[in-house]
Ligand binder design. Structure first.
Ligand code: PGA
Length: 256
């Protein structure tokens, strides 16, 4: 399976800047033979980039969506509206969980909405610094998986991507140790195996995210079970994201 490298542009870049970044990425990323690259700009830029993007090289993803298909929900964008523009939707990012107070129940509904609308959810899970210090990591991951995937069938699990993103590592420059990432991902896979069986657990792609940069990307990708990376800050710089994609292209893909 190809290594998955996802760029989460967060709330950066207006439509013009986003278009310029895509232009630079298209030139700098020369080979994507072994890698699947997903760009997640803001909603507004997503629409215009969908007309510009070379779909042989990149896929597009959204950073969030509402779980209703339509209705009186001022300011929201539904998965139904994203269909045809995006192929992936990031769900339950720690900034959504913590800054926008999204609950597990809301995240579960959003995962369902993305599946219902024939796209792929990238479900983000991860412990906070306090939970980690209190030895709660395994429990937190367990609860977020069980809750986020409730109602997901054994057929649908194949379309889910999970991103392990320790909250304390996001945007802090304090990236997790590759060996700890390997252990956390093994825990996640074990949990998927308990819910859906060994075969499904082997197929599910699990990414690492949190202060990934061109210097540390290869170390994560070399860990067993790491199927790719979710990149924030380093994804809005064409040089750094291209180097991360190049590291992904050289890596061995999703291993077990
Ligand atoms: P970061 O963000 O790479 O800037 O730490 C990762 C993310 O938020 O997905």
């Amino acid at each position: 399976m190809k290594t998955l490298i996802v760029g989460n542009w967060k709330m950066h870049h207006n439509t013009h800047q986003a278009s310029l970044l895509l232009h630079h990425l298209t030139h700098e990323i020369t080979s994507t033979t072994n890698v699947e690259v997903v760009l997640c700009p803001n909603f507004l830029a997503l629409q215009s980039l969908s007309l510009q993007v070379d779909r042989k090289k990149f896929r597009l993803g959204a950073q969030n969506c509402d779980w209703h298909d339509e209705g009186p929900y001022t300011g929201e964008v539904s998965a139904t509206m994203l269909y045809g523009v995006a192929e992936y939707v990031i769900i339950g990012h720690s900034e959504r969980r913590h800054t926008f107070h999204e609950t597990d129940a809301v995240i579960r509904r959003k995962v369902q909405a993305v599946i219902r609308n024939k796209m792929k959810p990238i479900l983000c899970i991860g412990e906070t610094a306090r939970e980690r210090a209190e030895g709660e990591t395994a429990h937190v991951l367990h609860d977020q998986i069980v809750s986020g995937l409730a109602n997901v069938t054994s057929d649908e699990i194949k379309r889910i991507v999970i991103a392990y993103e320790p909250v304390w590592a996001i945007g802090t420059g304090q990236n997790a140790m590759p060996d700890d990432v390997k252990k956390a991902i093994a825990m996640i896979r074990k949990q998927i195996s308990a819910l859906y069986g060994k075969e499904a657990a082997e197929e599910v792609r699990i990414l690492y995210g949190g202060s990934v940069n061109p210097d540390n990307a290869a170390d994560y990708l070399a860990q067993d079970g790491v199927g790719g990376l979710l990149v924030g800050g380093a994804s809005i710089n064409a040089h750094s994201f291209s180097s991360i994609v190049a590291a992904g292209n050289k890596s061995r893909g999703n291993k077990e």
